[in-house]
Design a protein around this ligand. Sequence first.
Ligand code: ADP
Ligand code: ZN
Ligand code: ZN
Length: 732
Amino acid sequence: MNGEQVVRVAVPVPVRRLFDYLAPADTPAGVRVQVPFGRGRAVGVVVEAGVEPGVDTARLKPVTRVLDQRPLLPEDTAALVSWAARYYRHPPGEAFQHAIPGLLRGGRQAAAPGEPAWRLTAAGRGADPAALAARAPRQAAVLARLREAARPLTATALAEEDGARARWRDALARLEGKGLVERAGPAAPEPVGPTEPGPALNAAQAAAVEAVRGALDRHGTFLLHGVTGSGKTEVYLHLVQAVLATGRQALVLVPEIGLTPQLVDRFRRRLGAAVGVLHSGLAEGERLAAWLAAAEGRLPVVIGTRSAVFTPLARPGLVVVDEEHDPALKQQEGFRYSARDLAILRAARADIPVVLGSGTPSLELLALAEQGRARLLELPERAGAARPPRLELVDLRNQPLDAHLAPRLRQAAARHLAAGRQVLLFLNRRGFAPVLMCHACGWQADCPRCDTHLTLHRAEARLRCHHCGTDRPAPAACPACGAGELLALGAGTQRIEEQLAALFPGHEVVRIDRDSTRRRGALEAALERARAGRGQILLGTQMLAKGHHFPNVTLVGVVDADQGLFSADFRGPERMAQLILQVAGRAGRGEHPGEVLIQTHHPDHPLLQALITEGYDAFARRLMAERRAAALPPYAHMVLLRAEAAAREAPAAFLARAAALAGRGGPEVTVMGPVPAPMERRAGRWRAQLLLQSSRRGPLQRLLDVLLPALEADPAARRVRWSVDVDPQEMF
Ligand code: ADP
Ligand code: ZN
Ligand code: ZN
């Protein structure tokens, strides 16, 4: 062991453990190392250095290369990733892969700290890249990229696609010689625009800001409860400003990429500080640049989606989670972590406040508030001039429907359109019709690989499965009996779009769903048409429900509220209410009051009634009482084991073994199942699940400690694909 030590490395392989290697004695934790693995090599992250050497040190292999001089991940970030990997039972190597930018996964050099960033000079801003393009295409590209980025870029950032960092450096040097670019200096703050003043805070906003601002120097969990338009974002802005004034950084998490541009824009204009964005839609080079800037403390504000919770920050001061109730904050595949829960943990460890905002708080956060572990800050009214929309149920029973709208909703739409306003219709079902049936024999187009019908997409004459991607031509005649009359039953957004066009001639319909926005830029174009008021009728799925601000929308119609009411998932009603209110929040955000009509075949359903007549708080209190009585989250903790296989019996057989092993988990853990998954067959595989439940997290975690290694070693595990989901959000 001369000048050597044992290091524990997170190697990106699907195994729930770390691997020991020998490394030079001065190798710190947090650096990347290249290691021999299997017959090849891999790049991993040192999680622990100076590990007590075990007896078989002689059998350890040395790392092939140490890739970083200084830790790539600071200690707190590395610890958060390790904690998350352990808690959510994900292979640590893969968790670390997830947490670092793509460009650093392969072992490429991170920009050396202090790598210069470059910006355009006045001459550079005036230069025409096209004039350079023929002779010096790389220089032309530099000019174009700098113009586009509107902030300094390093050679590393420029080399994102081709990796030719030396060539980009060369191009920069030549441009510098021509006086077209200059060094912005490694620590130079990014150019900041003038700050725009915001509105004066109302009393509730001011109280919320004060509550957090008075506690910036320590950890606290704040639930900012305010409907859409109540001014939550204003509160975030004031708090971020206060944090920046102390020289610290703020991390803002949002559930969807689609919500970032508007927010980033608003933050930039208001704060006059550099605001970095981190989400999966970025070019890798941009992502790396923002990540490094955050890690080095050069980026005061980071706004990002889920994985941004792992962004290293040199001086963390505040974490904000917007729309904390949104299920998108929990990753549903692979590394199944909750960015919201990790944000709270991260803030606790950093001893800084975390502010979680929502118009429809999750029952988890409401329970924290109830237990005194989160402080509730209420914004009871809409900010500015906007008034709350009026909610009304429309009884669909026995009503003549046109475009799936009852007369009440049709008339209201006509009235709002005639007044020059916009109407938003929400239907969470894309395609033309969810069922295609033969009128002669009753045959239905079912997915051959899933327990579900195929959806008719009539414009393209295709039948598609929204679960497995099966996609086939729609038949002209019944494949079973040959009859020619096939009925399209039920309505998706495409069908309603057609019918609306006939019902309201002269008014443009803008449809926003996954199909209409598949083309790059299509979503932005549609939103722009909607915002500009060119489309008077906005029709869409939940893509349309989130975050967008359409000031001229005064009527919102929920076409079918019953979808969520009778869901197999115990969270169905909670999600339904959150979605309905989120959509409702699109109405009357401008100066005109809004109206919200909710169509249902169950107008007397007690939960719907509670929601409409008493509001979300009362509705949530009812649900919480039900959950408490039934010992369901947030009053219990769950782990869901899922298994699937091509052979029908295999998943249940495997989970039955798991259940038998889990039975020894002690009296505090209830084992339920195995049972078939709500959709038992999907993409050609049979699926089953096993639920482990306890009133405390500890016993579940201790059970997983013994259960998972046993399952990994079980030969039956090889016949299924299985996964573990800690704190599952979806029970499918
Ligand atoms: P939320 O994030 O809760 O949806 P926002 O902060 O986006 O709410 O505010 C909604 C709208 O009201 C925005 O246009 C915002 O500029 C405006 N607004 C917020 N607070 C105030 C205030 N105190 N006075 C006037 N207008 C306000
Ligand atoms: Zn038939
Ligand atoms: Zn299918």
